[in-house]
Design a protein around this ligand. Structure first.
Ligand code: ADP
Length: 533
């Protein structure tokens, strides 16, 4: 291991020992091939967590650069971000030449080989993602020993193609390993070996055509694509967003400024798109032409006017909405409908599969299959740090879905509010108001919330507290006076509505003042009852 990395490990040793759980990290290190099963057993045999951590670090100090990189990546994947950042600055580059290529985009020789192979150049504005690049290179080096597949997967616009091109921009890799053959598919070649780069592949039939024992670097949104081919396989997940600093750096580079001098909206733009490289670059390119439009583009992003975020960049899709839609179009019709149902998820809320099994009314096993498909296609994220696993959407995906699903929501509403208390309905009782407000279905929201029937059913199923909360939450949208009537009714009768058997809401409402909308509806219902006998 190089000296800088070693001394960084020594310096951070006690912090690492305090916190890490070796058993989590070792799985990753074994799959990276830097730790053996025997070594793992020896570490696991230590009685306490701390002793296991100490043993792992001791072993690591005797290993090479790859082991350091693998350990760093394991920390990142297991959400030890703070600890990973201690090691970040000393990450060894896979080859000494690689250092040079980071700074200048590769030696002249490298440029020539890559351009001959059709590998695209770096985007004009570029920030490096060394940990990711190293991860891909490390896998590529392993192809030296045997043919196989390296899959780089991630959601639309996460930077997979840029990353793949960057990974091969490495002098040592090119001179020692590969001749590159790259076909938009780019085809690069080296002395004895060839590396085929298949970029942005959607269809497994393309892969099958190349299932001929060659060496392939593949970028795709679909993690499972390589399942259909033979040979050794490894994969690198590309996080959907850049770190805030890097995203700000992109914006600054586009407007020729310094990150510290960017206007306040810059940070909000980055936050709004969660650092998506695609969105930040699209907006950066627009700002280069219209430098006064910071507030406008932030607003456009907040308003989800994705069609306006377009640019004649080298990116394949004209606008963000197309890039998103393309991912959804490749789903089977049945899965597409299920995916669109995910609109009910709230931002920053992660849910277990069971919730979706209720939402979709499917058996848990079927739900697992569907979720796997979505996760594979980078349409959904899985948080593996919890058992059971939790699933969530990227904000951009959620916004895009909400926009797409507006009509679906209207249609669901036009069928009338749900009336039974089965589990699916629970979700609608919980989410319907929220989604109506979000989709600007103001009128529909008012008539729903000002309906005594809705109050009765929601109170019966979810209790009065949820209802009261809705009136407060959407207070600014609702008519103040009528809202007052309903809130008053609920606060006076909240304790009754908690009772079981559930009381007669019409009876309760009839004791409201004559001027109250609650009273008016109760009277109508009472009269109707009387005429029905
Ligand atoms: P993907 O292949 O995941 O859909 P790309 O690699 O084509 O995404 O990247 C989409 C856009 O994001 C690029 O056109 C580029 O403008 C921007 N981008 C991606 N990675 C970087 C990076 N490291 N630095 C600057 N911009 C980037």
């Amino acid at each position: 291991m190089e000296e800088g990395a070693r001394s960084c490990l020594l310096q951070s040793r006690s912090s690492l020992e305090q916190d890490i759980r070796a058993s989590y990290l070792m799985d990753h290190m074994i799959s990276d091939g830097v730790l053996t099963g025997d070594e793992e057993d020896r570490i696991r045999s230590k009685p306490t967590r701390k002793e296991q951590a100490a043993a792992l670090l001791e072993l690591l100090l005797r290993k090479d650069n790859q082991a350091y990189i693998s350990f760093y990546n394991a920390l990142v994947r297991e959400s030890y971000g703070d600890l990973a950042s201690l090691l970040h600055n000393s990450l060894p580059l896979v080859s000494p030449e690689a250092e040079k290529s980071f700074s200048d985009g590769g030696t002249r020789y490298v440029q020539a080989v890559l351009s001959e192979g059709g590998v695209p150049q770096r985007p004009v504005v570029f920030v490096s993602r060394p940990a990711l690049v190293n991860r891909v290179r490390e896998k590529l080096y392993r192809l030296q020993k045997e043919p196989g597949w390296v899959t780089v997967f991630g959601m639309a616009g996460s930077g997979k193609s840029v990353l793949a091109a960057e990974a091969v921009r490495d002098h040592a890799l090119i001179t020692e390993e590969f001749l590159f053959l790259s076909v938009c598919i780019y085809f690069l070649s080296v002395f004895s070996l060839s590396l085929l780069i298949l970029d942005d592949i959607w269809d497994s039939s393309v892969l099958k055509a190349f299932d001929i024992q060659c060496r392939v670097l593949l970028t795709t949104r679909d993690r499972s694509l390589a399942d259909c081919v033979s040979g050794s396989k490894s994969e690198v997940a590309v996080e959907s967003g850049l770190e805030e600093d890097q995203a700000l750096e992109i914006l600054a580079l586009y407007v020729n400024g310094k990150p510290q001098r960017l206007p306040e909206q810059a940070r909000s733009i980055v936050r709004e798109c969660k650092g998506s490289p695609l969105v930040v670059s699209l907006i950066g390119a627009l700002l280069r032409e219209f430098p006064d439009r910071w507030a406008y583009y932030l607003h456009t992003l907040q308003q989800k006017k994705f069609k306006r975020i377009r640019k004649s960049s080298s990116y394949d899709y004209d606008a963000l909405d197309q890039a998103m839609a393309a991912s959804i179009q490749v789903l089977s019709e049945e899965h597409r409908e299920l995916y669109i149902d995910l609109t009910v998820l709230e931002k920053d809320v992660k849910v277990p599969a069971k919730v979706l099994s209720v939402l979709w009314d499917l058996e848990p096993e079927e739900v697992e299959d569907v979720l796997q498909d979505f996760v594979n296609k980078s349409l959904l994220f899985r948080d593996c740090h919890h058992r059971p696993y939790l699933y969530y959407l990227h904000d951009l995906q959620l916004d895009f879905l909400a926009e797409m699903n507006r009509s679906g929501l209207e249609q669901r509403y036009s069928q009338g509010p749900p009336t039974s208390g089965d589990e699916e309905c629970l979700y609608w009782f919980r989410f319907l108001t929220y989604h109506m407000a979000k989709a600007n279905l103001t009128q529909e929201l008012c008539s729903l919330m000002f309906s005594l029937d809705w109050v009765r059913t929601k109170a019966q199923i979810m209790g009065p507290a949820h209802l009261i909360n809705d009136y407060v939450e959407y207070g600014t949208i609702l008519d103040k006076e009528v809202r007052g009537h309903f809130q008053e009714f609920l606060s006076l009768n909240g304790h009754q509505l908690e009772q079981r058997p559930f009381p007669d809401v019409v009876q309760l409402a009839l004791s409201q003042p004559d001027s109250s909308e609650v009273y008016r509806q109760a009277l109508l219902q009472a009269q109707e009852r009387a005429t029905r006998g």
